[in-house]
Design a protein. Structure first.
Length: 417
């Protein structure tokens, strides 16, 4: 039976195909029982706030451990029952963090296993199987994933080719799912500072050289039994880019240029993550700003920093503590963008700005050009935010994020085909 979901009340009526939710990686929990309990405890109350009486999408995060449990038919059936009972449906999975993601130092370990490791392929295949069993008929499923690997892990052409071959092997798996179930699933690589795919230019170059090339097409022909023209089409349909608004802002990427570059290369955007970072303006001998920024330097996550100096030069720092230490010896005014996911509904954080205006502009252009249909809020840092910025509580905060994103999408004019 074909399932048709009504439009969300917070989304534009001009586009009932838009799917908006938040990512459940916000909530601590690695085992499936922990993840399942979080859906009941947090997701249901959020749905009741932002979409009362309407179906609400789920941005599901499933760890490597939870994926093995959820892959069993009995557990999947129970989840189906839960989703139906609460008018929920799954349209996307965050397949980026494989292991523990809260309550302990994560830092660069979050990228492991990466696309150099066979377990990343096996894990992503499992996620695709799960998503194919959950996504409603007529709705594309999407999976976001690490941008290849943490940059220092990649050594030369051979490593790049290994990653590309693993991704093409996953496309073959997605093609088989499509044949067997009729469900279409796309894998979206998520560029991030200090990773192998850090900028959009790097992503475009990798796609053109490694994924859209003749060798990749021929490999898919053999493994999936496809004709040459069909194989290239399947790669382009099932592989794309996840645009994380925070990551793009930190890299000082211009939204219009990003979308133009991807369109020119024929690279899809299956998913957009509605995220904001910190924008910090540092004056000459501005120790007060640097001291205040120290409150955001937690021990759990990497908070990469990109500094733009007066002459336009970009200087990158792996983490906020290193950036703060280096800043003490630098003179001159400059701007920092910090990879610290902060709530998108705020535009200021004490002395600092959020990149909210950047997010709004990206969403406007994406919606105007009908570039993507999947939008996921992903402020996973609620438990490490300075206390003054999370007093409203997690459910209320998530609801405000989803409502802000819905309003931003509703405000964007859509260019009709």
């Amino acid at each position: 039976m074909r399932i048709t979901f009504p439009a969300y009340p917070n989304l534009p009526t001009v586009s009932s195909t838009v799917h908006l939710s938040y990512c459940t990686n916000i909530h601590p929990g690695e085992s499936w029982p922990e993840v399942r309990a979080n859906l009941e405890r947090y997701l249901v109350p959020v749905r009741e706030r932002v979409a009362p009486g309407h179906a609400f999408g789920v941005g599901l995060r499933i760890s490597g451990e939870a994926a093995r449990t959820l892959a069993t038919p009995q557990v999947l059936d129970e989840l189906h029952d839960f989703l139906r009972a609460h008018d929920l449906y799954v349209f996307t999975i965050n397949g980026f963090p494989y292991g523990p993601f809260h309550g302990r130092p994560v830092k660069e370990q979050v990228y492991l296993p990466d696309w150099l490791d066979p377990e990343r392929l096996a894990y992503t295949d499992r996620l695709a199987d799960i998503l194919a069993a959950l996504v409603p008929e007529g709705v594309e499923g999407t999976i976001s994933t690490v941008p290849g690997a943490f940059a220092p892990r990649v050594h030369g052409e051979a490593d790049q080719e290994r990653m590309a071959q693993a991704m093409i092997a996953h496309v073959a798996h997605l093609v088989r799912i499509r044949r067997d179930t009729g469900r279409r699933i796309a894998l979206a690589l998520e560029p991030e500072p200090c990773c192998f795919l850090e900028t959009i230019d790097q992503a475009v170059a990798f796609f053109e050289k490694r994924l859209f090339c003749g060798d990749a097409v021929r490999t898919l022909e053999k493994t999936a039994g496809l004709a040459r023209g069909e194989a290239e089409e399947m790669i382009r349909e099932h592989l794309g880019i996840c645009l994380d608004a925070c990551h793009l802002a930190v890299e000082f990427e211009e939204p219009a240029r990003v979308l133009a570059a991807l369109a020119t290369a024929g690279i899809r955007v299956p998913k957009v993550q509605v995220t904001a970072g910190l924008r910090v303006l540092i004056g000459e001998n501005d120790t007060a700003t640097l001291d205040a920024l120290g409150a955001f330097a937690d021990d759990v996550y990497l908070h990469q920093v990109v500094e733009r100096r007066a002459d336009g030069t970009l200087v990158r720092h792996l983490d906020l503590p290193q950036a703060l230490a280096a800043a003490r010896g630098v003179t001159g005014a400059r701007e920092w963008r910090v990879h610290f996911h902060v709530p998108v509904f705020r535009d200021r954080y004490g002395l600092f700005e959020g990149t909210q205006a950047y997010v709004a502009e990206l969403l406007r252009l994406v919606q105007q050009g009908r570039v993507s249909e999947h939008f996921e809020c992903e402020t996973y840092t609620w438990d490490v935010l300075p206390e003054e910025f999370r007093r409203e509580g997690i459910v209320a905060g998530i609801a405000r994020e989803v409502e802000w994103a819905g309003a931003a999408l509703r405000a964007a004019p859509v260019t009709r085909a």
